[in-house]
Every structure is written in C-alpha cells, then in structure tokens.
Design a protein around this ligand. Sequence first.
Ligand code: NAD
Ligand code: ZN
Ligand code: ZN
Length: 337
Amino acid sequence: MKAAVVRSFTEPLAIEDVAIPVPGYGQVVVKIETSGLCHTDIHAAHGDWPVKPNPPFIPGHEGVGLVDRIGEGVKHLKEGDRVAIPWLGSACGFCEYCVSGWETLCLQQQNTGYSVNGSYAEYALAEAGYIGKVPNGVDPLDAAPLTCAGVTTYKAVKVSGARASDLVAIYGIGGLGHLALQYASITGASVAAVDLVESKLTLAKSLGAEYTFNSTTCDPAVEIQRLGGADVAIVLAVSPKAAESAFKSLRRGGRLVFVALPKDNFVQLPIFETVLQGISVIGSIVGTRRDLSETFQLHAEGRTKVIRQTRKLEEVNSSFEQIESGKVDARLVFDMR
Ligand code: NAD
Ligand code: ZN
Ligand code: ZN
C-alpha cells in the first residue's frame, strides 16, 4: 500500500510502498478514505515536543474509512462500517482514568500517527475498542477533521464551562479554531476570534464570531478588555505569545484553556494577577470516545460546518508548508479514494 513515512525529523516525508497491516486480536484494518492534516502531524514529523515519536513512522490521526478486515474477538464492528481513527489509539481500560471517563489521561495510552502508525496510508491498523463510528450522512471529508480538530475543541469548550452569558476568546482560527468557535457559539456564548491572517478572521465572522481581532494590527487583549474581558480564552494558536495575550484578555474569574502545543514550550504568566483575579489555567487534551460520538452527532444534526480543502497524499510536503505559512483556511484533508 501507499503511505507517507517520516524517516527523520529533518527530511521531507517519503511516499513509500509499505505492507498492508494484518489485524491482531481486538484489532481491525481500515481502508482509509480520508485523512485530515492536523498541525500535530507537523510537530510529529519535526520532533517538536519533549516526548518524540520514533522514525520511521506513518503520521495521521484523523483517519476515516471502511472496516476492511476484522481481527479475532471484535464483535461490535463489521466489514464496511465507516469508522474514525483518532489520536487516542488505545488505553489500558482499567486504570483510575480509564474507568472514570478520562481515558485520554491513561498512562498506558498509544497515540495514532505518533507511537503507533497512523492514517497517511491506504490502510491503517486500529484497536477496535477505540475507534469511533461515523454516523450515516456525515461526509467522510467532514468526518476526518471532526476526528481531531472537532473532538478536541468540543472538549476544550466543555472543560471551559462556557455558557450563554459568556464571552469566549478563541486564539488561532485554523483547523481547530474554526470548529472551536462554532462549539462556543452552540453554548450560546459570544465569540471573539483572534488570528494574524485576515482571511481567517473573515472566515470566523462567516461562522458566527461576533468580534474579530488581527494581532498584527491591534492588541487583541486590550480590545477584548474593552468589551468587558473574556470569561474564557482558548489557545489554539501555535505560539506562546498568543497564550500570554489570551491570559491578558480575561476578566476576573476567567478560565484560560491551553490546547495548542508549540515547540517553544513555555509561557510567562504573572502569579500575582492570576491569584488576585481568580484566574484558572486548564490544559485540555483531545477528547474521549464519548466526546467524539457527541461531536459527530452535532455535525449529523447540521449544527457545525467543516471548512476544508482536499489534497492528494503525494502533496503531503507542500501541504505541510501551506499550513505552516497560514495559506489555507481551516483544514486540509487527504482524499485517498
Ligand atoms: P493550524 O495551523 O491549522 O492553526 C493555527 C492557527 O493559529 C492559524 O490560523 C494561525 O494563523 C494562527 N496563529 C499562529 N500564530 C498566532 C498568533 N500569534 N496569534 C493568533 N493566531 C495565530 O493548527 P491546528 O491544526 O488548528 O492545531 C493548533 C495547535 O493545536 C497545534 O499546536 C496542534 O499540535 C495542537 N493540537 C492540540 C490538541 C490537544 O489535544 N491539546 C489536539 C490537536 C491539535
Ligand atoms: Zn490532531
Ligand atoms: Zn488506563
């Protein structure tokens, strides 16, 4: 099968002919139809984070396709089911996190396209217990971005506690941000969108953001304070500077939610203001299987819109460059059909 392979952190990805995986006990092999390009795949290919993957590996954790082969012991899936393979490839199933609906915090977890091979390929191996079922009527080109960008920001909005009377600041209107602002709007909150690229702010407006601020032409924190300050600020921009601005945009009692994972791993936050203003700082990592099914359900009901462009897998390296330079609105999806 054809796959895009990371050979080293300093070389472009290589398109290679790789053996089709064989499902073991509890596993399935999925014939990939679509696979979204998450900025995490770029971090993975560059070895940006403190915990690194081991090349060679196949990235991709927004894989959507049809169950092709079923391993022993898999009872709840059949051939031809449309499924989604998310970042949480598997977890132990019995630790305190797994049994309390926080499998995303399991210490034994495997991550798709990072610690195990992912979906930048014609076929992908997956643990049957950790894949999502894609409801009928959800386009596979939409399902792919929902499998990480969707579920991650759906969860981030959930943990932020945003509600109808709130102002929610969304920093970074990329693949994640364009969905985050829609989930924030669904709570009834007002949304202020922040980015460096004007076309992304135009997109944010069209998706329901009440306010947009371009950090190259104004200080978004000052502007958001003029509105009374944000109750919640969610950081999806790959930049510690954006995180610091998001902190400054908050009103008293506000919640700062970190989601983006820039290579430059540290921010400076003032202790005094955090304490006296009663600010909460929250980290949010993807979402659970339950969150993923809720994300798909909202989309099947027509309540979210996925903005995406398609690419061929062979275009993976130019696609990475286009995302890094901010040239693409929202998500790129590799169409493998
Ligand atoms: P993306 O490249 O599609 O979007 C990033 C956006 O941030 C772009 O629109 C860019 O123009 C904007 N931006 C960059 N610098 C900015 C600044 N200083 N101020 C305002 N906006 C700025 O990336 P993505 O796929 O949406 O991913 C975003 C980040 O989230 C990545 O670091 C990714 O690894 C991370 N991520 C985290 C989780 C999680 O579970 N915590 C899940 C998925 C992705
Ligand atoms: Zn992702
Ligand atoms: Zn566990």
